[in-house]
Design a protein around this ligand. Structure first.
Ligand code: UDP
Length: 407
């Protein structure tokens, strides 16, 4: 075990020093724990230190505060909201970490979030741009009609059946699953290059589950989601977090692993779980990306749609989003963002998506076994649970966590 691993453990053992323990055996490779520091002794003591101000952390902070707990939230970034963070620029709400479309079929989650914000009627209907040719997404009759110059579901099904006839067994990876669902033409034009770019891997090396996120429809319906409720918060996402964290001690630009922490009893950790344990079972793989935001002063409508996917492998970015189409406003200008996939390096990159293949899942299982033994640390959210959660699933998971621990 390395010193950093010890440090992570000591961080959440600060409370032990405050309460009773005199000596920590892990202390040997570190200076005295911070809790022996005089200035820290005078700091307020919290029941919970919550690491991360995204949905999981902010919901826990809100609900625990309502239950009379003293809570401190820290986040290493300079803002709240995690990747859901939106920022107003020139009258437009920018999704600073990529498109976030709220969708759920869970009435409890829908009701819960509607306490904090009103939603518009936005329905995601993205388009795919393959070398200048436009196709409808998700894969539906509009896509098939354009691709094959056909009109009926029967014709589309017959073509897909012919093109996928060689997949006779249960699909073992994303490539097989995709071909089985939509045939080789759609796979080659709309899936292969995009997936290769987005995940930095050949689709044959990725789990089949990823492509099953997308509906395939034999109707002329290009709604990207099948959920009952869908929309964008009018005025952006950040206001939800502002309300959740109202009156709660919040320390931004604070790194759980490096910075001075206030005294606390328990921890709710929402960062990458492998980092918490100093990668002792190896690094988990996450997919990451960077964004380049561009202001178009003279352009009221740059691409005519909120989200355009560039599905060839040569274009270096995966998507362009035009923010004003999420929450429409009449303005003579616009903001667009390019989304670039970049290779992930655990020590330097912001993790975005877990890569839930067999080898990563088995590494995660080892971390989870350790996490389950922690008496005073809980783990939640996309990064700590290593799950490809959407927003509504994180919310459901956080509400369930609170129900389990603080009914
Ligand atoms: N995908 C694709 N072509 C597209 C859109 C999606 O091949 O135009 C595949 C790709 O492998 C992607 C997966 O479908 O990772 C899931 O897409 P989704 O839109 O759910 O990804 P997210 O919005 O989470 O980035």
């Amino acid at each position: 075990m390395t010193c950093r691993a010890n440090k992570a453990i000591l961080r959440h053992k600060n409370y032990i020093c405050h309460e009773s323990e005199g000596h920590d055996p892990l202390n040997s490779c570190l200076p005295l724990p911070k809790c022996h520091n005089k200035s820290q002794m005078t700091q307020p003591s919290f029941d919970y230190l919550i690491v991360g101000a995204g949905f999981f952390g902010s919901i826990c902070a809100h609900e625990l505060t309502k239950r009379g707990k003293r809570v401190c939230v820290i986040d290493s970034r300079n803002h709240i909201g995690g990747n859901c963070y939106t920022e107003e620029r020139n009258g437009i709400h920018l999704h600073m970490y990529g498109p976030h479309i709220f969708h759920t079929s869970n009435p409890e989650v829908w009701q819960w979030i509607n306490q904090f914000v009103a939603f518009n009627q936005f329905t995601l209907r993205p388009v795919a741009n393959y070398k200048g040719e436009i196709f409808s997404l998700p894969f539906n009759m509009w896509t098939f009609a354009k691709l094959w110059n056909i009109t009926t579901p029967q014709e589309a099904k017959a073509i897909i059946e012919t093109q996928s006839a060689h997949i006779t067994q249960e699909p073992q990876n994303l490539e097989e699953q995709a071909i089985k669902l939509v045939g080789t033409d759609v796979y080659r034009k709309l899936i292969k290059g995009y997936t290769q770019k987005q995940w930095g891997k050949d689709p044959a090396e990725l789990p089949a589950s990823i492509i099953k996120r997308l509906p395939v429809r034999f109707t002329y319906d290009n709604n990207y989601f099948n959920d009952t409720y869908q929309g964008i918060p009018i005025g952006g996402y950040t206001q939800i977090f502002t309300q959740l964290l109202k009156g709660i001690e919040l320390r931004l630009n604070t790194d759980y692993f490096k910075d001075e922490l206030p005294a606390h009893d328990r921890v709710i950790y929402t960062g990458p779980i492998d980092k918490f344990y100093d990668y002792r079972f190896g690094e988990l793989e996450y997919k990451t990306q960077t964004f380049s935001h561009e202001f178009k002063a003279q352009e009221p409508n740059y691409q005519g749609v909120a989200m355009m996917n560039f599905t060839d492998v040569e274009t270096p970015y995966t998507r362009i989003i035009e923010h004003k189409h999420f929450d429409p406003v009449e303005l003579p200008h616009t903001w667009i963002s390019y989304e670039y996939p970049v290779p992930y390096k655990a020590s330097e990159s912001e993790p975005f998506y877990p890569v839930n293949d067999t080898s990563n899942n088995s590494i995660y299982a080892k971390y989870k076994a350790l996490a389950d033994q922690e008496p005073k640390v809980s783990f939640g959210g996309r990064l700590a649970e290593y799950k490809y959660y959407d927003m509504h699933q994180v919310i459901a998971s956080a509400l369930q966590f609170i129900r389990n621990h603080h009914p």
